[in-house]
Each structure stands twice: as structure tokens, then as C-alpha cells.
Design a protein around this ligand. Structure first.
Ligand code: GLU
Length: 485
């Protein structure tokens, strides 16, 4: 049975990088008919916070990334929160100590800093000198009895550690570069590296799928697992995600929490769809995929070794497509919620008109958070909003276009609909002998205030004849007050 895990440390909120890791684990488990375990790695008690754990659980739920075992699920391998497993780590630490595989290290922070500085000055990569490895049994006992604080170090003898990474292929590490490393701050406080290595085996994890930044931990964890008599799991490291400036994704260049993505109005299936493409490529190049499609197609063999760049424009595009595919009622409910969230008061607009405007707007929305802004423009009294829009209105043809258009609309018997709008534009073209942008742009600016936006035929239908006429007239009158160029 395939068993994978997502093992976040609750020291912050989930960002694109962790979600991509959670997603790939989820997809792998579901594709293989295996199990996904959520393990909370909270042994760093200074940095871990309960509210972060709660936020992680909530974000996974909102995204639709269901797991089978975890702190809020039952399972045969719990508890799933590492601070509830401390006696387990203590037992394995004692086992390693009795095997002579681990020794207490009394070096202080300053001692270690001095060692490091010396190595750096000599141009050598730093590794622990092994000073405390050589202490005699009496010496150790005396220091412990005197209450000198100690950590525990894992002994690393020279060997070559090899494994086949399911993404990066054969990896070879010479342990000479590793040196004896700390695995516990005290016998009560294991470090992440150790707790994680123990749990992956006790929880029968078959595949560890995690970010490439975890690669340097892999040989260390394999050494621990072997020393304890476990068989290490298989490893698959995922390529890093970089910001648009090609440096590691961070707050500065676009790292965004799930909560922020939610606030910006992105849909969970669109977020997952976009993240799935960061380091993985679907077999037939079709990139718009829902979660079920992703589960069906996912294959670790198609994960790339090169870093992926986070591209907001592409996320917008994918979100736009997912929004377009939402059932109408669902779309309208979400758009209206976005109005409430954006404190937009739509009470002055008849329900049916609001519905029409929202539907007309749909192809233009990149995310729901844009809805209030658009509605302010579309339901308010639009003035040209940008320099470009003001330039359009200054063109000598614009007056003629708007004056003629007002006349044509006024003469119509019907409320506006897409067909009548097309007819009006045809007549407008004939009467004014103006065409192309010179004709369409002033109409768009008069109706929306901008030079880009929803399809006008749909908008005009939503606004109705009276509104349309009022906007065209008011735009024309504003031009009358301006000096001709
Ligand atoms: N708790 C580790 C982290 O959040 C997990 C690393 C791993 O997956 O092994 O970075």
C-alpha cells in the first residue's frame, strides 16, 4: 500500500510552495489508490503556534486536499502531532545511544561559532570537529552530573550514501561533508530531522515527496533510519519554485498565503490546477484540468528537475477559465459574495440588472476580488478613467460618434439587446462614415469609463436603454465643455 505524507511545521501559514508539495502528495496517493497522511511537525516549540496548525487544516479543507490520517482523523499510526510523540523519540534516542551511535555534545554555541569561523577563514566547508565524540565515559558522566547542558550528536563515519530519487535520479553523498550532526537538543527535545526520520518509518511512509530544499536532509535521515534498523522510504524531491525575478519565492517576490489567494478571489480548483503545473507537465499538453483530471493524469515520472517560475498572469488566466466553467448559479453566488466582501452596496440595482451585469462581466474577471471595482465602474456614472480613455474622447470623431449614437438609441422602440446593439452600430457606421477603433472606442469609454472591459453588447443589454442613453448623452455633454483640439 502506497503511503505518503504532508508534514508541515506550524511555524507559519501555507504558501504556494507548501501547497504544491501537499498537492503532489495528494495526487500521487489518489492516483495510486494509496493513503495521504497529514503530520504536524511541531517539535520546534519556540516557533510553532497552534493557530498556524488550525490555519493549515482549514486551508487544506478549503482547497479540497483531503487526507486519510491526521491530527483530526483516526488512523493506526497516530498520534499525528509530533509533540504528542515525544516519548517515542526518547526511546529511539536511547536506543541509538546504547548502540554507541549517538553521543552527548557539550559544545556551547560560542564553541561551535569559533569552529565555524576558523573553517571559513581557512576556506574549508564547515563540519563539526568531533571534539565531544572523543570524551571518555567518565568525563561525560561528570559533565552530566555537574548539569552541563548537552545536545545529542549522531556519529557519521565515512561512507557513500546512495539513493535513487524518483525525480532527480541517482544521488550520491559522501558523508565526509556531513560530519556528526545534532539530532536532539536534549533527551526530551528531538530536532525535526530526527523526529521526521523516525516517523516516516513508524508511519510506514513508502514515498517521501517534498521540496528540493529537503534534499540535503535525505542522506542524514537515511543514516538515522538505517541505524535504527528501518528500511528508508523512497524519496522524490520537487523542483524549487522561484519568483518572477528568478530568486527563491519569498515574501519579497510574491510568496502568498492560501488565505491571501482566497482573499484575492482565486478558486481552489484553479489554484490547484496552476500549482500542478509548477514542476509537472500533463501528458497531452492540455493545461486546464480539474482535480479529478489531475488525479487521473498525475505521474511522478513527469516531474521536472528544473525550477519553476511562479507566474501571476498564468494563474489569472487559469482562474479565468475555471470561472467561466462554473455553473451560472455558483458563479453568481460567488460574485455577489465578492461584492459583500468588497463592501459594494448593490441595493440600488434591481436584482435582474445586477444579474445581467455580473454575467456580462464574467469573461473579463480574472478573479472574484475584481468584481466590486468593475461594478463601481459599470453601475456608477463612468467618467473616462485613464489617460488612454481621455485621449479617446479628445479625438475629433468622438463627438460626432456620440451625438449620432444618442440619436439612434433614442429613436429605437425596444429596450437594448445584443441584436439591436449590432443594428445601432451598423447604422452608426453608415451615418458617421467612421469605423474601427475611432468608432468603437468612444462608445466603450462612454459606457464604461475605460478602454478595456466586458463585451459591450452584453453590457448594453444589462444596463437597458435608459441607462445607455444617459451615459452616451452625459459623455457627449462633457465633450461639449471641452475645447476642441
Ligand atoms: N516539517 C518540514 C517542513 O515543513 C517537512 C519537511 C519534509 O517533508 O520532510 O519543512
Amino acid at each position: 500500500m502506497i503511503r505518503v505524507r504532508f508534514a508541515p511545521s506550524p511555524t507559519g501559514l501555507l504558501h504556494q510552495g507548501n501547497v504544491r508539495t501537499a498537492l503532489f502528495n495528494f495526487l500521487y496517493a489518489r492516483h495510486q489508490g494509496g493513503k495521504l497522511i497529514l503530520r504536524i511537525e511541531d517539535t520546534d516549540q519556540e516557533r510553532s503556534q497552534e493557530n498556524y496548525e488550525a490555519a493549515i487544516l482549514e486551508d487544506l479543507k478549503w482547497l479540497g486536499l483531503e487526507y486519510d490520517e491526521g491530527p483530526d482523523r483516526t488512523g493506526d499510526f497516530g498520534p499525528y502531532r509530533q509533540t504528542e510523540r515525544l516519548p517515542i523519540y526518547k526511546k529511539y534516542l536511547e536506543q541509538l545511544e546504547s548502540q554507541g551511535q549517538v553521543y552527548p555534545c557539550f559544545c556551547t554555541h560560542e564553541d561551535l561559532e569559533n569552529e565555524r569561523r576558523k573553517a571559513m577563514a581557512g576556506g574549508k566547508p564547515y563540519r563539526y570537529s568531533g571534539k565531544c565524540r572523543e570524551l571518555s565515559a567518565e568525563d561525560r558522566r561528570a559533565r552530566i552530573e555537574a548539569g552541563v547542558a548537552n545536545t545529542f550528536r549522531f556519529k557519521v563515519d565515512r561512507e557513500i550514501v546512495k539513493f535513487t530519487d524518483l525525480v532527480y535520479g541517482e544521488k550520491i553523498f559522501d558523508t565526509l561533508t556531513i560530519g556528526d550532526f545534532v539530532i536532539a537538543r536534549s533527551n526530551e527535545l528531538p530536532l525535526y530531522l530526527f523526529a521526521c526520520a523516525v516517523d516516516d518509518c513508524l508511519m510506514r511512509i513508502t514515498h517521501v515527496i517534498r521540496g528540493e530544499d529537503g534534499m540535503s536532509n535525505t542522506p542524514r535521515q537515511m543514516l538515522i533510519q538505517r541505524a535504527l534498523g528501518f528500511t528508508p522510504p523512497q524519496f522524490a524531491h520537487l523542483p524549487l519554485i522561484l519568483g518572477p525575478d528568478h530568486s527563491l519565492l519569498s515574501k519579497r517576490n510574491g510568496s502568498t498565503s492560501v488565505g491571501e489567494l482566497k482573499g484575492k478571489g482565486y478558486l481552489p480548483p484553479a489554484i490547484l490546477n496552476y500549482l500542478s503545473l509548477l514542476g509537472w507537465a500533463p501528458p497531452e499538453g492540455k493545461e486546464i484540468l480539474d482535480l479529478a483530471n489531475l488525479v487521473e493524469l498525475f505521474d511522478l515520472g513527469r516531474v521536472s528537475r528544473s525550477s519553476a517560475i511562479f507566474d501571476w498572469a498564468k494563474l489569472d488566466h487559469i482562474n479565468q477559465v475555471h470561472m467561466a466553467h462554473l455553473p451560472e448559479a455558483d458563479y453568481l453566488a460567488k460574485a455577489k459574495q465578492a461584492l459583500v466582501d468588497g463592501k459594494f452596496d448593490a441595493s440600488g440595482t434591481a436584482e435582474e440588472n445586477l444579474r445581467k451585469v455580473l454575467l456580462a462581466l464574467r469573461p473579463n474577471l480574472k478573479n472574484f476580488a475584481e468584481t466590486p471595482g468593475w461594478l463601481t465602474l459599470l453601475l456608477g456614472h463612468p467618467e473616462p478613467q485613464t489617460d488612454e480613455a481621455r485621449e479617446v474622447m479628445k479625438a475629433p470623431e468622438s463627438r460626432k460618434v456620440l451625438e449620432t449614437l444618442a440619436g439612434l438609441i433614442e429613436a429605437r422602440e425596444d429596450e437594448m439587446n445584443p441584436v439591436s446593439y449590432e443594428q445601432v452600430l451598423e447604422e452608426l457606421k453608415k451615418k458617421t462614415k467612421i469605423k474601427g477603433k475611432k468608432l468603437f472606442m468612444p462608445v466603450r469609454v462612454a459606457l464604461t469609463g475605460g478602454t478595456e472591459g466586458p463585451e459591450l453588447a452584453a453590457l448594453v443589454t444589462a444596463l437597458g436603454k435608459t441607462q445607455v442613453l444617459e451615459r452616451v448623452r452625459s459623455a457627449f455633454e462633457n465633450l461639449q465643455h471641452e475645447k476642441p483640439q
